[in-house]
Design a protein. Structure first.
Length: 91
């Protein structure tokens, strides 16, 4: 796996709001994948890599933040819309 590239600091606010309200999210991954899951929490590991913890029908998983392209809340009345996390696929 490539070395971790932190996302911009202001984007963490959206992730924290999603976790606080347990939003259902459409997660777009830089590899083109998509996933619907409930936001649970964020975590920083000793390696300084940051993750979004989510729960879906297939169970809980940790998604490295720099592998997320965008998040879109699916929860009605969400406090924000689609957020591009600024990570583009590597060429």
């Amino acid at each position: 796996m490539d070395s971790y590239r932190p996302i911009d600091c202001h984007l963490h606010d959206y992730l924290e709001i999603a976790c606080l309200y347990r939003y259902r999210l459409l997660l777009e991954l830089v590899d083109g994948g998509r996933l619907e899951a409930d936001a649970i929490s964020t975590e920083t590991r000793p390696s300084k890599e940051e993750f979004l913890l989510v729960a879906s029908e297939s169970g809980q998983q940790a998604l490295r933040l720099d592998l997320l392209l965008a998040i879109t809340p699916l929860t009605p009345g969400a406090r924000f819309g689609r957020v591009l996390l600024g990570n583009r696929p590597k060429t």
